[in-house]
Structures are given as C-alpha cells and as structure tokens.
Design a protein around this ligand. Structure first.
Ligand SMILES: [Zn+2]
Length: 287
C-alpha cells in the first residue's frame, strides 16, 4: 500500500514521503498549465539521488533548495538524474550542489543533454527552431515574440554542464533502490525513465502522466515522434509496475490502464487523418 504523507505545513512547498527513503518534492511552475514539477529524492547512506529539478527561476529554486535542505540537513553528497531535456526538468542543473565542481554526477541521455545544453549556448538552438517556422508563414515579429516568451528560452539553465551519459541497460543504485535505465523516446528524442524492480516503481519523467497527456512535438532529426512514443508506451506496458511516479501532477497506480488510455487518445486523434502512422504497433483487440 502506498503511504504518502505531507511532512510540511500547508504553507510550505510540499514534500511527500512515498516509501522508505523516497520523497516527492513539489516544485511550483508559476503560470504554467503543468502547475508543478514532481522531483524525486532518494535518500541514501553514502549518496542521494535527485531526479529532475525545475525551471531556472526563483520560485523553483527556492522550493527545491528549501526541500533539499530539509531532507538532507547533513548535506550528504547527491547525484542528479535528468529524465529529459525540457527546462522544467533540467533548468536548475548547473546550480545544484556539486555539479559545478564535478563532485556530483549529473546524468542523462547524451541526446537530451545535448539538447538542453544547446539552449544555453547562444542563439544556435533558437535559430534552428525559427528557421523551421519561417517557411510556414509566421512573421519575424511573431517568431521573436514566441521565442522570447517560450519557457525553454526564459527559464533555461544558466550554463551548459558536462552530463554523464547513461543509457538503457545501465543500473544506478541508491539506498534500497536498484534503478534500471529504460529509454522511452517520444516526448523528447532522448527521454529516459528509471525502473526499480524490487519496489515495482517506475519513474516516468513525462512519458506517462496521470490526468494530462504528454505533449508530442516535432523535433529536428527525430522523425515520427508519435510513432516512437507509442512504441515506448508498448514497451512499458509489458513491465510489472506497482506505481508510476510521474513528472507532473498525480502519480499513477494503474499504469496499464493509463497506457491504454493514452494509446486510445492518440488513436482517436489519428483516425481518418494519419495515413502512414504505424498503427499495427499499437492497436490491440481489447479496445
Ligand atoms: Zn517534458
């Protein structure tokens, strides 16, 4: 039985104890429809692990660092895992303790590490994005306004950091959690998740969300993002999962049913207008 309790007063950022040594930190995302990020903290004897962190903005920084101070008063060394390269998950990575001096590992996929680092290193990333929009008729003014208001530009990390690349097949051990790295491309080209077989916990990033559907976008050099996403859902559906720890909003206790809902959602939207999508991968007899 999942045992969640709020260990702070109602006016403070939320920290929830999910199981022995595992906490959810709610990092507010002001004015974002996502409302908040779920970061996860595994408290180990020698090293801790923080999964995802938040936008590079004061509200996120204050909540996250306050929670880390409370959960880790002895300042035991902490490593960092970034599920994917969106700024609401990776915006604070350069500021986390130990990252700048290399005493802590910041781990992520090489693909998404390159992505998030590219948003911090001058105009190259956004030039590429705007060049893709230009042929579709947006005015220069509209594109500049879009860029300047985009959270990935406003709240991106303060600088690039040297991520330690991890990939499917790698295993990370913190406290009682033996975490298998599982690639789930789709929401981003290089999104990674973590599976803890003993606890049957699945740290999903934004691959599976409970009350909203993960956004599937167009990425340069990543054709058929939706097809990739659906394949990644199929892969996770075969796993034995007791609890999915999502990147936003509610955690998911019935993962198989939620995956079926997500597949059905895309199937419904695709029917009649998406000739060429690989439905044979995802259509089952049971819905
Ligand atoms: Zn995301």
């Amino acid at each position: 039985m999942r045992n969640i309790r709020n260990i702070r007063d109602k006016d403070s950022p939320v920290i929830e104890s999910i199981s022995q040594g595992l906490y959810r930190i709610e990092v507010p995302l002001p004015k974002s429809p996502l409302k908040a990020l779920n970061a996860y903290f595994i408290k180990g004897e020698k090293r801790n692990l923080l999964i995802d962190n938040g936008f590079n903005r004061p509200e996120c920084r204050d909540a996250l660092f306050s929670a880390l101070h409370e959960l880790n008063p002895s300042q035991t060394a902490t490593d960092y895992f970034i599920t994917h390269g969106h700024a609401d998950h990776a915006g604070l990575t350069p500021e986390l303790p130990g990252v700048s001096d290399g005493s802590a590992k910041a781990m992520g996929s090489s693909r998404d590490a390159e992505l998030i680092n590219s948003t911090t290193t001058g105009p190259g990333f956004w030039e590429t994005v705007l060049n893709r929009m230009r042929p579709h008729g947006l005015s220069e003014q509209e594109m500049i306004a879009m860029r300047d208001n985009h959270p990935a530009a406003r709240y991106c990390p303060s600088q690039a950091v040297p991520y330690q690349p991890v990939a499917e097949g790698d295993t990370l051990t913190y406290a009682d959690f033996v975490l298998q790295v599982v690639a789930v491309p789709g929401h981003t080209p290089g999104q990674l998740s973590l599976y803890a077989p003993k606890q049957r916990f699945f740290f999903a990033g934004d691959h599976i969300l409970g009350t909203i559907t993960p956004n599937i976008a167009h990425w340069s050099g990543f054709p058929d993002a939706l097809g990739q996403y659906l394949q990644s859902l199929e892969k996770i559906r075969r796993m034995d999962i007791h609890l999915t720890l999502t990147g936003h909003r509610a955690l998911v206790e019935r993962t198989t049913e939620r995956i079926d809902e997500l597949v059905a959602h895309h199937r419904k939207r695709l029917v009649g207008r998406a000739v060429g999508y690989h439905f044979d991968i995802v259509v089952r007899e049971d819905f």
